[in-house]
Design a binder for this molecule. Sequence first.
Ligand code: AMP
Length: 286
Amino acid sequence: MIVVQTIEDLRKFRREAAGKSLGLVPTMGFLHDGHISLVKRARAENEKVGVSIFVNPAQFNDPTDLAAYPKDIEKDLAMLRAEGVDLVWTPAPETVYPAGFQTHVAVGEITRQLEGAARPGHFQGVTTVVAKLFNLFQPQRAYFGQKDAQQLAVIRQMVLDLNIDTEVIGCPIVREGDGLAMSSRNALLSAEARGQATCLYQALCAARTAVDDGERNAEVLKQMMRQIIDRAALAKVDYISIADRRSLIELQQIDAGALISLAVFLGEVRLIDNLVIETELPRETL
Ligand code: AMP
């Protein structure tokens, strides 16, 4: 496995692997089994696997969040080496955004709700850096987690709109034994907050059970989820959403599936999670 920092070294690697399929896994580091599931899939499906580790300042709307983001590059590299990754790119911020940088990629409608509403500028930061990664790595396939459901949808839209010749592959959410979605940010939770952080998954599961039992009213479902979160003393809801799976526009009624997603502060740490539900088509449309 080679580890490079510069644009030149990355381009050299890609030139030498010309004609070979490449799978890219973009990350911000502090890797866990969620990231590794993406790497394993990339390893299985491509001749070459590239991973980027870059805590992208442009996608942080809160400087304290950026400063607190956990790092352990040596451990990350050991994990990637064990997975047979070919190249890891760990650029400095000034390599990605040199002085004079002034071009941004901004996706429209689908970035306005949910994370886009809660974190102004976040998705422009994401799409700008991912567009750069796609230009540099020229990947046949790029792997993203369903954990960041809106990010996955936004990147699919960008690839479609800009005719980028990369297949975007969404991978399922990897969870801890108690249901908490794995996240680099989990390491920032106090012991007490970590204990209570299961409330996100509990709320999602309760919503799914209610839908299975026939509840279709989004307000009722959201209210039920909020009550579950509110039982955790350290938890504060940022948003709870029941939205159309493709447009991400809020639904009043679940007719043919939905993306149920939520963002919750556990103390200072903001966690997100989601669940896609499929329902039977309503009887009248059959
Ligand atoms: P991050 O380092 O948080 O930017 O995440 C890098 C990639 O890993 C993104 O595509 C995430 O959606 C994905 N990812 C993060 N956590 C998980 C998880 N628990 N399960 C699956 N994928 C994940």
